[in-house]
Write a protein that binds this ligand. Structure first.
Ligand SMILES: *Cc1c(COP(=O)(O)O)cnc(C)c1O
Length: 382
């Protein structure tokens, strides 16, 4: 489909091409100096002690769950209104994801009160997701974690460059997980990053990333090691130099591009508020500084969303849904515990949410056109 205004687009230029070609010419393609540079730059950008690059955001989440010691019998509280990887990562370890509701139609993030209601004596951790780059209520969630002795993992896949109270999202919890998937604010095609201030967790993450081996091919190439031991059941979740070099260039453009996303989001908000008062625009009152990853709206309850999306499609405008809630997926149906979950707000929003196009090279004219399309869609009697 050739969209006139696609949902997202990426900022790839000559500098990205040069970086990738440079790696190809160097003939060192797997984890090496580029990966190290990206990790250093990322740690510095986020003001985090350690950054560990991995092959994708899902691998980051999996390793985070392993590094904090999750296993069978453990429960982890997660939102259902997120990408399925958030909960899958918990299940990879044998632990059980327990879903909490979101706060309301304006705040699509996990509700601290609902978290507290889901806590049992098997609860070990909470995974928060900063939906669209908008901060969860971290002060409240940190308070709960402290009171019940729970570990916080942040799924910051949407939130690279987001802050709350001057502190970067991804650095509030024990471990923060980022994704560099093609539609994320910083992309390497596939890729991901973990951040932590804990030396112990960082060491474990580095081991688990590469088969549990005590030295890497890179170390041996540099003459730092001759052999290795295997001290953990690890994985091959490494990134490669091609993607690391792309990540470095993308990181250099991130703040400018995030600024453009924020600017366009604000324009959407102003126009929608004025022209489509029946629509709810989430996160108007979010206290944080957002990476503005996506532009979600919540349609009026009577609007038939699929017809609405079809109407947008006829204008050449691509829209999407974030997200079909995880607890409704077939693969999540079987657990008796999960059959009992009631997430009324998640279910209501999941039926009404629509995501509008947002990317750094979107123009103000295009934002105007999208809003016009939304305005017309609301007037149509499907
Ligand atoms: C993209 C995304 C992931 C998974 O990242 P991948 O790099 O695609 O594995 C996890 N959680 C959320 C919220 C995401 O948006």
């Amino acid at each position: 489909m050739n969209w006139r205004i696609p949902l997202s687009d990426i900022d790839i230029g000559e500098e990205d091409e040069q970086a990738v070609l440079g790696v190809l010419h160097s003939k060192w393609l797997t984890m090496g100096s580029m990966t190290q540079e990206l990790e250093n730059a990322f740690a510095q950008f986020l003001d985090s002690k350690h950054a560990i690059a991995v092959t994708n955001g899902t691998a980051a989440l999996h390793l985070a769950c392993l590094a904090i010691g999750l296993g069978p019998g453990d429960e982890v509280i997660v939102p259902s209104l997120t990408f399925v990887a958030t909960a899958n990562a918990v299940r990879y370890t044998g632990a059980i994801p327990v879903f909490a509701d979101i706060r309301n139609q304006e705040d699509l993030n996990i509700d601290p009160q609902s978290i507290e209601q889901q806590i049992t004596d098997r609860t070990r951790a909470i995974i928060v997701v900063h939906y669209g780059g908008y901060a969860c209520d971290m002060p409240s969630i940190m308070g709960i974690a402290e009171e019940y002795n729970l570990i916080i993992i942040e799924d910051a896949a949407h939130a690279i460059g987001s802050q709350l109270k001057g502190r970067n999202l991804g650095t509030w919890g024990k471990v923060g997980c980022f994704s560099f998937f093609s539609n994320k604010n910083l992309t390497t095609g596939e890729g991901g990053m973990l951040v932590t201030d804990s030396d112990e967790v960082a060491e474990k993450l580095r081991l688990l990333r590469s088969h549990g081996m005590t030295s890497l091919t890179w170390d041996r190439h540099k003459g730092h090691a001759w052999s290795y031991d295997v001290v953990e059941l690890g994985y091959n979740y490494r990134i490669d130099e091609i993607r690391a070099s792309l990540g470095l260039v993308q990181l250099g453009k991130l703040e400018r591009n995030n600024g453009q996303r924020r600017h366009l989001s604000q324009l959407y908000r102003d126009l929608l508020l004025e022209l489509t008062p029946s629509i709810i625009i989430p996160f108007e009152d979010n206290p944080g500084f957002s990476a503005a990853h996506i532009m979600p709206i919540v349609l009026p309850p009577e609007t038939k969303r699929l017809n609405f999306m079809e109407h947008m499609k006829e204008q050449g405008i691509q829209t999407s849904i974030h997200y079909p809630p995880i607890h409704k997926f077939k693969s999540y149906e079987n657990s008796s515990k999960l059959n009992k979950v009631k997430l009324p707000i998640t279910e209501d929003v999941a039926n009404r949410e629509l995501t509008l196009p947002l990317f750094p090279t979107l123009t103000e004219n295009e934002v105007n056109e999208v809003v016009k399309g939304v305005q017309e869609g609301l007037l149509m009697n499907f």
